[in-house]
Design a protein around this ligand. Structure first.
Ligand code: MSP
Length: 504
């Protein structure tokens, strides 16, 4: 039986303005999911949308439609974007899905009945025109961050989740499972900045708006945000339904991939919910950095927003995927600059990869009418090259095990650069001048074709279209990531993979 691998992205707030930063989490998760499938895992890759809350209620009102109509359209838009980015998700959960609503109600009731949720009073700073609660730190100059008007303190009846009760168990778990929160720096931040100073119980219901899952035994309350959102990871698998086969199979999650600002909810609130439900905790929560533009957040109001589809249309989906995966060392923030994207396309994709494929196939067509076999005419300088090709699979595997996606890609490009250097070293055009060097020439080209085949196969998780286009041009279906001497290449003239982009 195949080993299972359950990977999730956060569920996204439905927004008409999904930006390249939102795509970042999903593209990385996709590359990891594809990688695991390639390695033979039975993968469940889940994403979705987090559709309840006051903001949505207000936006729908402004648009003159019901909240459900409002989110339906945006969700369609999100799915189109994920398709355009070739996100190979297996499940897409919406928190408005009937099964989710019912399961959340059951979870809420269970936690209430066993005393982990209790009724109390929520005190907060309220902006009446916006009908929104804010915390002190969210205010800008003491005023509502949305409209700039005065806020005043109000209190309302609310249900709370007893985080405080689980504080010691949580610290003990985090400390005895070093892989649980990654990278390491985020783990320390959670323990020292958030847990050790003392956990406050979390408000999990509201009465000030209605667009949410009703608390089943107290219908003037709706379930508030995180209890609704986080439980998506188990309700989608059928937890608390008649059919929980997938839950039995895939839970606990192997990886929750999340942006750094929501690590807190995934490593404090979520474990507490799971402990209260007596369920195992996810194996790992990885908090990645942000994609920023010129040092700042991406937003329409800052004027640095572009619909990700514009980048896809202009440069192609694989260029966007490659850039996002390659440019940002995982865990840190990374700058998204169109100039750097173009630079990556020109140097890595057009030059290193595209030229290598083009030159090699063109030489094979020119010198051997496109038919190349292994002629066993190796020279000393081949052994280091062969060693590089054959050790690549293991290197990529080690990097991917640590989720160092950017480094995994870099190691593949190192072999591609080595292959270009091999052409310079062997100078096939000189070999072609001497009839007695014909077998040596064919051996050289065969090694290059095999190197390209291995690299193209390993590139599938990151740039799937390019990977399959290269294998098509090579006329090969064998994706074994090792040099094999038994292939026969029958090649037609090469097609350009990436055109260079001229800049002013
Ligand atoms: N709905 C919550 C998550 C609930 S999960 C149980 C949420 N949604 S979100 O739409 O605001 O964010 C979704 C993901 O996009 C998060 O992982 C967030 O970090 C990520 N990003 C949003 N902007 C980003 C960048 N500029 N860069 C990288 N990731 C960013 O939070």
């Amino acid at each position: 039986m195949k080993p299972k691998y359950y990977i999730t992205t956060p569920i996204y707030y439905p927004s008409a303005n999904f930006h390249i930063g939102h795509c970042y989490t999903t593209i990385i998760a996709d590359s990891i999911a594809r990688y695991k499938r390639m390695k033979g895992y039975d993968v469940c890759f889940q994403t979705g949308t987090d559709e309840h809350g006051q903001k949505i209620e207000m936006k729908a009102k402004e648009a003159g439609v019901s909240p459900k109509e409002y989110v339906d359209e945006i969700v369609l838009n999100a799915k189109n974007l994920w398709d355009a980015l070739q996100i190979s998700y297996d499940k897409f959960i919406r928190t408005t899905d009937e099964f989710h609503v019912k399961a959340v109600q059951k979870i809420f009731t269970k936690l209430y009945e066993q005393g982990d949720i209790y009724k109390g009073e929520y005190k907060g700073l309220y902006c009446t025109p916006c009908e929104s609660f804010w915390t002190k730190t969210q205010l800008i100059d003491g005023k509502c961050p949305d409209c700039g008007r005065e806020v005043h303190e109000v209190s309302e009846e609310a249900y709370f989740l007893r985080l405080s009760k689980y504080q010691d168990r949580l610290v003990e778990y985090i400390e005895s499972h070093p892989e649980f929160i990654q990278p390491e720096s985020r783990k320390n931040e959670m323990i020292y900045n958030f847990i050790r100073p003392g956990l406050e119980d979390l408000c999990v219901s509201r009465t000030s708006f209605t667009w949410g899952i009703p608390v089943p035994f107290d219908e003037k309350h709706v379930v508030y945000v995180w209890l609704d959102a986080l439980t998506n990871y188990i309700t989608s698998l059928g937890y608390m339904t008649d059919n929980d086969i997938e839950f039995q199979k895939y839970w606990p999650a192997d990886l929750h991939l999340v942006g750094k600002e929501i690590v807190r909810f995934h490593t404090i609130v979520w474990p507490v919910i799971l402990m209260a439900l007596n369920l195992p905790l996810p194996k790992q929560v990885f908090g990645h950095g942000w994609l920023i533009v010129n040092g700042g957040k991406i937003s329409k109001s800052l004027g640095n927003y572009k619909d990700p589809r514009e980048y896809i249309d202009a440069y192609g989906v694989d260029a966007v995927r490659y850039f996002v995966l390659r440019e940002v060392p995982f865990g840190n923030d990374g700058n998204f600059l169109e100039e750097s994207l173009i630079n990556r396309i020109n140097t890595d994709l057009a030059n290193t990869l595209g030229n290598l494929v083009n030159r090699t196939i063109t030489m094979a067509c020119k010198y051997f009418d496109g038919t190349v076999k292994y002629k066993n005419q190796n020279e000393e300088l081949d052994s280091e090259f062969l060693e590089k090709i054959n050790s690549l699979d293991k290197i990529v595997d080690e990097k991917m095990e640590q989720l160092h996606v950017s480094e995994a890609l870099e190691s593949i490009f190192e072999v591609l650069r080595r292959s270009n250097k091999y052409i310079d070293e062997t100078m096939p055009w000189i070999l072609a001048k001497e009839e007695e060097k014909k077998d040596r020439l064919e051996t050289v080209l065969y090694l290059l074709l095999e190197s390209i085949r291995v690299c193209a196969s390993l590139l599938e998780p990151y740039i799937p279209t390019t990977s399959s286009e290269i294998l098509k041009q090579l006329n090969q279906t064998d994706k074994t990531p090792q040099f094999i001497d038994k292939h026969e290449y029958h090649l037609s003239p090469a097609k350009i993979l990436f055109a260079r982009i001229e800049t002013k």
